[in-house]
Design a protein around this ligand. Structure first.
Ligand code: NAD
Length: 497
């Protein structure tokens, strides 16, 4: 069985503690590896390596930092196929989907290659007589990243390229469910010439995370995962004086108006609801079908979803893979029971869907509930599986009211042919990422990614300009190199002359 280790100070480190977890191939339902869980001492060693490397990395020239990030970018591109297969083996998603997500991660690395431009400060000559004022942004120090299972490479790649390009050093604590990609990325960083200690990986669970949250030498924490954990991370790390961005759960709505192109909306919903078996924070899990849009939309989605080919991620014919664990598959199946009990119409039952895979895999086909109401658990809870709920609404007003009543505010989209309705939706909807005739509105890398309400604790979104801001501190210099002769003592507040 493969052993998945930490990566500390530029080399793999076999764990010394007793705690570990099994890592599964979800398509066959069998453990294929074991991942070591870091002890407090091992977390301490990773932070010490990062702290030790910070002094020289922060003063490494922008040119050298950029070239290292660029070399890493090329290595990820070169090994993209291998990485996609590695992700598929431990996560279950189809290889093409893993590859596409790696592409989005690479977009962030591309963005980070522009760091010399992004870190340029402002300069004001003669802000006062003989005085110049200018601003500098400096790295914060050791940064920790704690990431979820659903994007084992892309989510870390939304964080560390920007942090490292800004001159910080990084300790990643990836998900214990699919940890191999993180170690492979560490190897590629080393091959790219990143100095030892700048990028470290500690494997583990809550125990390792809590060590990072309490560690005096960790300056900032980026978290991506579920909302209860995001809240815990935000409260604990801010209590310990760190800056924190903690991205949480989602329940993303897609509003379909009667003037939308039904085929286009149905195709979009299928991809957004069932891609990656619904295990995406930007999945669409609720469609609010307005007025006469509902019947034709539901009919078209059922037709398409029933045809989906569910099978192993490494089969090029598969469109949707298994769920991450047997426990999670059972949890999603219980929601199907709960939805039926609550009176929703189970128009497509994933438990009966044909599966083209090994019997022991963590399988569930796509499911569709119609006539869902806002009090049902299938509506209120993030299911994180291939389950789409359709709520019927009479007007755009009632659809907006429903979307805005959700405690989550990650993404939302509208499908319509009416520009005025779309413009109103964009203005009034309370989420961080809006799609107009686009189902999964993940911002491009030169904007920033993040939600509102319980989908984000903290005020800074990840990557893009807000990522640069999060991973740097501002400094303003007021400088005199003219009129240096003595001018006599004054206790007055410095006035502009
Ligand atoms: P999770 O919250 O269970 O775990 C995320 C990370 O936190 C993992 O590394 C895990 O080991 C660690 N962790 C788990 N419990 C912890 C605890 N009590 N204390 C400290 N650390 C803990 O999330 P998951 O199941 O891996 O991922 C799915 C969730 O992530 C979904 O809720 C999904 O919406 C969310 N997600 C959000 C975004 C976003 O951008 N908002 C992106 C991807 C995933």
């Amino acid at each position: 069985m493969k052993r998945i280790t930490h990566w500390i100070n530029g080399e793999p480190r076999i764990g010394v503690g007793d705690r570990h977890a099994e890592v599964y191939n979800p398509a066959i339902g069998e453990a294929t590896g074991r991942v070591d869980f870091a002890t407090a001492e091992e977390v301490d060693q990773a932070v010490a390596a990062a702290a030790g490397a910070f002094t020289s990395w922060r003063t490494t020239s922008l040119t050298k930092r950029t070239r290292t990030v660029f070399a890493f970018r090329n290595l990820v591109e070169k090994h993209r196929g291998e990485l996609a297969r590695l992700i598929s083996e431990e996560h279950g998603k189809v290889v093409a989907d893993a590859d596409a997500a790696l592409g989005r991660g690479l977009d962030v690395v591309d963005f980070a290659c522009g760091i010399p431009h992004l870190l340029k400060g402002e300069f004001s000559e003669n802000s006062s007589s003989g005085i110049d004022s200018y601003s500098i942004r400096q790295p914060v120090g050791v940064v920790a990243g704690v990431t979820p299972f659903n994007f084992p490479a892309m989510v870390p790649m939304c964080l560390f390229p920007v942090a490292i390009a800004c001159g910080n050093t990084f300790v990643l604590k990836p998900s214990e469910k699919d940890p191999s990609a993180s170690v492979r990325l560490a190897e590629l960083w080393a091959e790219a010439g990143l100095p030892d200690g700048v990028f470290n990986v500690v494997q583990g669970d809550k125990a390792a995370v809590d060590c990072l949250l309490e560690h005096a030498d960790v300056q900032a924490v980026s978290f991506v995962g579920s909302s209860p954990v995001a809240r815990h991370i935000y409260e604990t790390a801010t209590h310990n004086g760190k800056r924190v961005q903690a991205l949480g759960s989602a329940k993303n709505h897609m509003v379909v108006l009667p003037d939308a192109n039904v085929d286009r909306a149905a195709d979009a919903a299928i991809g957004a609801a069932y891609g990656s078996a619904g295990e995406r924070c930007m999945s669409i899990s609720v469609v609010v079908a307005v007025g006469s849009a509902a019947d034709p939309f539901v009919e078209q989605v059922i037709k398409r979803a029933a045809e989906l080919r569910v099978g192993p991620g490494d089969d090029p014919l598969s469109e949707m893979g298994p769920l991450i664990t047997g426990q999670h598959r059972d949890r999603v199946a219980r929601y199907l029971d709960a939805g039926v009990e609550a009176g929703a119409t189970l128009a497509l039952d994933g438990r009966n869907h044909q599966i083209f895979g090994a019997e022991g895999g963590f399988w569930l086909g796509p499911s569709l509930f119609d006539h869902v109401s806002a009090d049902m658990s299938i509506y209120t809870d993030e299911i994180f599986g291939p389950v789409l709920s359709v709520v019927r609404a009479d007007t755009l007003d009632s659809a907006l009211e429903l979307v805005n009543a959700s405690p989550y505010g990650n993404g939302a989209s509208i499908f319509t042919g009416d520009g005025a309705a779309a413009r109103r939706f964009q203005s009034e909807v309370q989420v961080g990422m809006v799609g107009i005739n686009v189902p999964i509105p993940v911002p491009v890398a030169y904007y920033s990614f993040g939600g509102w309400k319980d989908s984000l604790f903290g005020d800074t979104h990840m990557y893009g300009p807000e990522g640069v801001h999060f991973y740097t501190r501002g400094k303003v210099v007021t400088s005199r190199w003219a009129g240096m002769e003595a001018q006599g003592r004054s206790l007055g507040f410095p006035a502009h002359t």
